[in-house]
Design a protein around this ligand. Structure first.
Ligand SMILES: *Cc1c(COP(=O)(O)O)cnc(C)c1O
Length: 318
């Protein structure tokens, strides 16, 4: 990203476009679902259940994948049904899934109830874990790292930056780094304060990595010291959009014509920008920013996006 790199006056920044994975407007969950729903098909399941926030990209991609496989899709979403279906929620309706509103349970606490209902109704449901973050999801990202190395001189990168939410992407990237014997740092920017996590995110990342490591026979036990999880940019918490995300979304759009999302990639890029400005990232670094998708949520966050109000922003040239 030549223009963004120049404006930031520092390291060379490259991008991996998982916003272009293609299924139902793309995102990183498509990689995970290929493996996870592969298991659902192998087990002869006829319906899937998963959970997330009302604007969950994971749920929207699961809805699209279920449609493609001819499976019924049940989404257990946090919050209450809003007046208007926007962004990912609108897409969930288009993909014809059944939505179960779960109040403050946005991490799948109510999945067992929905599961019971479906089993009673004679269905064979498959539960996709929160965020698609289990060992299968992580293995899909281990393979994504192999893909990266087949596409470019990945050895030349000093860091991979990305948004870390439920841990599967992070675990998979660590696994891939290990598999490829690469030396770059795998830096996850935490997007969630984690107030309602049953297990702290860092522990979850280690747990998923080690399960996946066993499953692929990697013969390595990951420890806490190997996980780089930066929680300095969680701000007011998950999905609360502030200046950091606004500036990142705006800068990326104006320099590269690429859309970030307000919840994940906007926060991760915002964190990277801050670390470049503070000198925490050296000017001779070569950064890979892994774009994990999410732009459909922009349409649901227009109230928090300030650039739409500024009359002079479009005059600024770089
Ligand atoms: C889910 C998601 C992430 C985080 O991936 P995890 O594997 O859950 O950590 C990052 N960006 C976007 C856009 C996402 O939807």
């Amino acid at each position: 990203m030549k223009r963004l790199s120049k404006v930031l006056g520092g390291p060379q920044i490259f991008i991996k476009r998982d916003d272009m994975t293609g299924l139902g407007l793309g995102g990183n969950k498509t990689r995970k679902l290929e493996y996870i729903l592969g298991e659902a098909v192998a087990q002869g399941c006829d319906s899937v259940i998963t959970a997330g926030a009302a604007q969950s990209n994971h749920c929207r991609q699961t809805a699209a994948a279920a449609a493609q496989l001819g499976m019924e899709c049940h989404l257990v979403l946090g919050g209450e049904q809003p007046q208007k279906a926007e962004g990912n929620l609108l897409l969930n309706h288009i993909f014809a899934c059944q939505i179960h509103w779960a109040g403050d349970h946005r991490k799948g606490e109510d999945i067992p109830q929905v599961m019971d209902q479906l089993v009673t109704a004679g269905r064979t449901p498959y539960v996709v874990p929160y965020g698609g973050s289990n060992e299968l999801g992580a293995i899909s990202f281990m393979h994504a790292v192999e893909e990266l190395h087949s596409q470019t001189d990945a050895e030349s990168f000093t860091h991979i930056f990305f948004a870390s939410g439920s841990g599967g992407t992070h675990a998979g990237l660590m696994l891939g780094k290990r598999l490829m014997r690469a030396s770059y740092e795998v830096v996850g920017i935490n997007v969630d304060k984690g107030d309602n996590n049953q297990v702290p995110l860092k522990e979850e990342i280690i747990r998923i990595s080690n399960r996946a490591s066993k499953l692929v026979g990697l013969d390595h036990e990951f420890s806490s010291s190997e996980v780089i999880l930066n929680s300095n940019y969680v701000g007011e918490g998950y999905g609360v959009v502030g200046n950091l995300e606004n500036e990142a979304v705006s800068l990326m759009a104006r320099t590269e014509g690429i859309l970030l999302d307000p919840v994940y990639t906007g926060r991760a890029m915002g964190g990277l920008i801050q670390m470049i400005r503070s000198g925490a990232i050296k000017k001779d670094s070569r950064i890979l920013f892994w774009h994990t998708g999410g732009a459909p949520a922009l349409f649901a966050y227009s109230d928090s996006l300030t650039m739409k109000h500024s009359s002079d922003s479009f005059i600024q040239r770089f």
